[in-house]
Design a protein around this ligand. Sequence first.
Ligand SMILES: NC(=O)c1ccc[n+]([C@@H]2O[C@H](COP(=O)([O-])OP(=O)(O)OC[C@H]3O[C@@H](n4cnc5c(N)ncnc54)[C@H](O)[C@@H]3O)[C@@H](O)[C@H]2O)c1
Length: 314
Amino acid sequence: MTNSPKSILITGGNGNIARLLAKRLADDGHSLTCLDIVAPDANDQIAGVDYHTSDICDEAYLETILAIRKPDIIFHLASLLSGSSEIDRPRAFRINALATFNLFELALKHGLPQIVFPGTGASYGPDVPATLPEDHPQWPENIYGVTKIANERLGNYYKAKHGLDFRCLRPPLVLSPFAPTSALTAYASHAYVAAHEGRAFAFPVSPNIGMSSIFIGDLVEGFVKLAFADKDSLTQPAYNLHALCPTAQEIADSISKYYPNFKYNFKPDETVEKLLRTAPNIFEDAGARRDWGWDPISDLDTCSEKMFELLSKR
Ligand SMILES: NC(=O)c1ccc[n+]([C@@H]2O[C@H](COP(=O)([O-])OP(=O)(O)OC[C@H]3O[C@@H](n4cnc5c(N)ncnc54)[C@H](O)[C@@H]3O)[C@@H](O)[C@H]2O)c1
């Protein structure tokens, strides 16, 4: 149990990460409200959770939820991801940036709930060192990264000037059985799903390529640990996360230990390779380990075992 029961709002509550986070928090006895523009499937609904299907940009609706549910903590996960953001920049700015600004303003008006926000490793931009220090300058080149860094800065402004308890973590690539099919860098996640479903898989990268990654279950624990950490122990405006950096070949080998008949090959795609070659192998994450006990799985086979456990429950 993470302290006494809280009222918790998750925006983007029907997302890949949010669904697991909601389950984790509901199991701990918290009172959950989930808001998403997409309604959850009946099978995905958790008993006792208050689900709302609404656009985060609908300020009046959001304000009503804050007024009625009076959240102590808001996990603000609603977002367009990188690919969709680039396709529709005005929409990305409205959802990722403007709606977050509105949320901060509403938080001031409605009792200053804590806001926990995921930034992204993508906010550092291209041409970064393979081992990335946390204080490396953040100059993203895509609109997704730009809106994420804008939110980090806004959150820290509200924290410094208005006493908002803003907490931010920056996940690298998340290994998840529920990763969106359109995400270019989600090939590792998709390989697990293919193996589980008995399908062959073509890795869109060379065997020796990898990037900083974490298992989705660890990210969920990270969100919970950061939210429930003692405020005085938090010494940084934002925290990078890292767990492991498996190459495509290592992932294939690890999957094969669980599914010996897994058939795969490597068909490098120039765009994906370029993206991976400029992504850090390691995000230095000493701050999260020191300040709030970030302690993810760093062994690939254990991570594979957990991925298949989640896939079996799906
Ligand atoms: N998956 C990763 O590798 C990764 C890495 C770094 C940060 N993040 C961040 O974590 C958060 C969750 O990511 P995810 O991988 O679960 O993505 P996801 O796409 O599964 O979740 C985002 C959710 O936001 C919802 N949403 C989008 N527009 C909305 C709107 N206008 N109003 C209400 N809801 C809206 C979507 O329907 C979706 O359910 C995002 O903020 C993302 O930027 C993810």
